[in-house]
Write a protein that binds this ligand. Structure first.
Ligand code: G1P
Length: 305
C-alpha cells in the first residue's frame, strides 16, 4: 500500500536549546531564512507524503502559524507588487494537508506517536523527527518507503554514531543482509557505551506498519520514565521483522548546537545568492593572519560559552 501519511512529533521542550526555546519551538529555529521544520516537511512531500500530522504541545503555535495563510502579509505584498515574495508565502500555506494533535504532556516519543493513531487509521505511515535535516537527491524517507514496499515491513534509518554519543540514540544490534540493510536483532534506547550492542544509531526517520501502535500501547515507561518508541520497535520486531537501513545522505542534527551551526554554514555556502561571499568570509577569518576573530581565551566573546 502506498504510504501517504506522516507523523511529525514536535511536542518536545527543546531543553538543549534553552534559553531561546523558552518562547520559541526548536522546530522554528532558522537555517538562514527557513525554519528547520520547513526542510522536514519538504522531505516528506518529496517522498510522496500528502497528509502530515503534527503532534504538538504548548508553546508550538508558531508552527501552525507558519504553515497557515497570512492574510495581512499577503495583502501587504500584493499591494506593493512583490509577486515573488507573495508566491513564496502562499506556497508554504498550500504545500500539503497538515493536521495538528496536541500531546497534553510530553510523555515520550512513543506516546506522541500513539496520539496520532486515530488519524493514521490502519495504514502504514512515516515518522520524521523535527530535529534532523537530511540532504540527498533521493529523500531519506523515500529510501525507507522503498524498503517497506519491497518487504512489507517497518524500516528505520540508521547511521554510525560516535562511541561517546551512543547514549543519545536508540542503538541496534543487526544482522547485515546486504551493504546497507540490516535485519534488527535487538534495539536499545540510549544505552551506556559499555552496554551498547553496536554504534549503529536510529536517526529521526522511520516507516511503520500500523502494528506499531499496539506495541507502543503495551509498552511501559522506559528510559527517563517516558514511553519510548524504541521499546515499541523492539516489541514489533518480535512479531514482524523490522529492518534498519543505512540511509544515503548527509544528516544534520539541528537539535544539537554544533549540528545546528554546521547546517547553517553548509546551507549558507550552498546558497545561490551569497554562497561565494560566505566561502570568502570563512577563508578570511580562518586564515592564520586573520585578526578578525579573537581567540576564545583572549576575548570575552559570548560564543565561548
Ligand atoms: C529519539 C529516539 C532515539 C533516536 C533519536 C534520534 O531520541 O528516542 O531512539 O535515536 O531520537 O534523534 P531523542 O533525540 O528524542 O532523545
Amino acid at each position: 500500500m502506498k504510504i501517504t501519511k506522516a507523523v511529525i512529533p514536535s511536542a518536545g521542550l527543546g531543553t538543549r536549546f534553552l534559553p531561546v526555546t523558552k518562547s520559541m519551538p526548536k522546530e522554528m529555529l532558522p537555517i538562514i531564512d527557513k525554519p528547520v521544520i520547513h526542510y522536514v516537511v519538504e522531505e516528506a512531500i518529496e517522498s510522496g507524503i500528502d497528509d502530515i500530522i503534527f503532534v504538538t504541545g504548548r508553546n508550538k503555535r508558531s508552527i501552525e502559524d507558519y504553515f497557515d495563510e497570512s492574510p495581512e502579509l499577503e495583502m501587504h505584498l500584493k499591494d506593493r507588487h512583490k509577486d515573488d515574495l507573495l508566491k513564496m508565502v502562499q506556497d508554504i500555506s498550500s504545500m500539503v494537508d497538515i493536521h495538528y494533535i496536541r500531546q497534553k504532556e510530553p510523555r515520550g516519543l512513543g506516546d506522541a506517536i500513539l496520539t496520532a493513531r486515530k488519524h493514521i487509521s490502519g495504514d502504514p505511515f512515516a515518522v520524521l523527527l523535527g530535529d534532523d535535516i537530511i540532504v540527498n537527491g533521493k529523500p531519506c524517507t523515500q529510501q525507507l518507503i522503498e524498503i517497506h514496499e519491497k518487504y512489507g515491513r517497518s524500516a528505520i534509518a540508521v547511521e554510525d554514531v560516535p562511541q561517546d554519543k551512543v547514549s543519545s540514540y536508540g542503538i541496534i544490534k543487526g544482522t547485515p543482509l546486504d551493504g546497507s540493510l540490516y535485519s534488527i536483532e535487538d534495539i536499545v534506547e540510549k544505552p551506556e557505551p559499555a552496554d551498547a550492542p553496536s554504534n549503529i544509531g536510529a536517526i529521526g526517520r522511520y516507516v511503520f506498519t500500523p502494528e506499531i501502535f499496539d506495541c507502543i500501547e503495551k509498552t511501559t515507561a522506559g528510559v527517563g520514565g517516558e514511553v519510548q518508541l524504541t521499546d515499541g520497535i523492539r516489541m514489533l520486531n518480535d512479531i514482524q521483522n523490522v529492518y534498519a537501513y543505512r540511509f544515503t545522505g548527509r544528516r544534520y542534527d539541528t537539535g544539537d548546537k554544533l549540528g545546528y551551526v554546521k547546517a547553517i554554514i553548509d546551507f549558507a555556502m550552498r546558497n545561490e545568492g551569497m554562497g561565494e561571499q560566505v566561502r570568502k568570509y570563512l577563508e578570511e577569518v580562518l586564515s592564520p593572519e586573520s585578526t578578525e576573530i579573537r581567540s576564545p581565551r583572549s576575548g570575552k566573546c559570548s560564543c565561548d560559552e
